[in-house]
Design a protein around this ligand. Sequence first.
Ligand SMILES: [Zn+2]
Ligand SMILES: [Zn+2]
Length: 427
Amino acid sequence: MKKKIACSTCGLFLTYSPLDDNEKVVCPRCNSTLTRRMDSVTHMQFSVGICIYITLFLTLTFPLLTFTRFGVSGTISLLNAPEMLQKFQLPLLALFVFLTIIVLPVVFVTGVLFVYGHKVFNLKPTILTLLALKIIFRIKPWLMADVFIMGLIVTFIKLVGMASVYLDYAVYSYCFYAFFLMYFISKVDKYSLWNIYKKIEYPVEIKNQNYLLSGYEQCIHCLNVRKKSKVSIRCDRCHSKIDKTPSSKRNQAAWALLFAALIFYIPANFYPMMIFSIFGKNEPQTIISGVIYFLKNKEYFIGLIIFMASICIPLIKIFLLFWVYWTTHFESKYSYRSSLKRKKFFVFAESIGRWSMIDVFVVALLVALIQLNQLSSIIPGKGVIYFCLVVVCTMSSSLLFDSRMLWLRSDMHGENLEKKYGSNKAS
Ligand SMILES: [Zn+2]
Ligand SMILES: [Zn+2]
C-alpha cells in the first residue's frame, strides 16, 4: 500500500511505496530528502551516542593545547575558552561558544536517544517526549563542533609561527567527538522521530499537488499536515503556531535580520577582532589585517581560510539571501527552473553560513591561551561581538524564511503537478 508524505521544502503532496531498510524518500521536485527507514539506524545511534559522551568527557578532562613563549608556558582546556571570554566582560559571546560546542550537542544527542528509546523499549510517549522533540529540532542548526575543529587548526597554525605549541590529548578526543556527532546528526530523521510521538493522520484522498493550494496546511516544526483550520491556529500534534504561507511576519523578520547582518558587518570589519599586547605595546588586529598578516608570513592556506570564512562567506550569504528573498517576492516570471535555482542557492547559503564562526572560535582560543601577563597577551576586541552578530543574524534569517514560498507562485501559475509527479518511487 502506498504511503503519503508532504514535502515541507516545496509544498508537494506525494505518495511512495513502503521503504526497505536504508532506503529514503526524495522529493521528485526539489530533491529534498523527506524521510528514511531507520530500523537499523536506531540501534546504531545508541552506540554512536555513547561514543559521543565518552569522547566529550575525555575532551573536558584533558588539556587541549600547550604553549610556550618567552620561557612562560600556558595550557588550556576546552572550558578555558568561554571562561576567558567571560573574564573579559563578554558573557554573551562566552555563552554562545559554550553552548554551540558543548551544551547543545549534549542536549541534542540526549534528546534524540530519549525519543529513540520509546521505539526500542516500547514506551508510551508523554509530554516529555514532545518537549524533547521540540527542543532537538530547534537547536539542530546551532551545533558547531565541526566548525570549532577548523578554528582549532587555524589557531594551532597561527601559534606555530609565534612560539612552540603542542596539541594535547583533548584535541584528538575532540576530533573523534566531532566526527561521531556529525555522523549522529546525519542519521537523524525528523519525520520518523516525530512519528514516534504521534503519527500524522493524512487526508484519505490526496493528489500530487501543492497542498497549500488544495486547502491544507503544514506545521513546519513537526511536519504535521491538516486541513486548513479557521478554529485553531495551533498544530494538533506539537501545539506550535502554524504560520500561514506566505507568512508576512516570518518574511519581514527574515528581511529585517538580513539588513541587521549587513549593518553589523561594517563595525565587524572596522573594530579589531583582538588586541595583541606585547611588552605593554598594544597592536589591534582587524579581520583584514589578520588576513594580511598571514599572507605576509607566507601562510597562504590559513590566510585563505580566514579570508573565506570571515570576509567572503558572510558577504556571499547576505548577497545570496537578498537575491533569493528579492526574486521570490518581486519577480514576475515564475517557472519550475527558476524555483529550483533559487532553492539550490538558498540551501548553499544556508549551509555555508555557520563556517564564518571559525574566526570567533580562533579569537576565543587565542584569548584563553595567550595570557602571559606583562610579556604577551591577547584581549578580545569589539569586532568579534559584531562579527558573531553577523553570523547569528544571517543564520536566523535563513531559518525564518519559508522555502515553500519559492514554489508557491509558480504553482499558482498552473504547472500540472499531478501529471508531472503522478508516480513517485522511493530511491
Ligand atoms: Zn519538495
Ligand atoms: Zn506541529
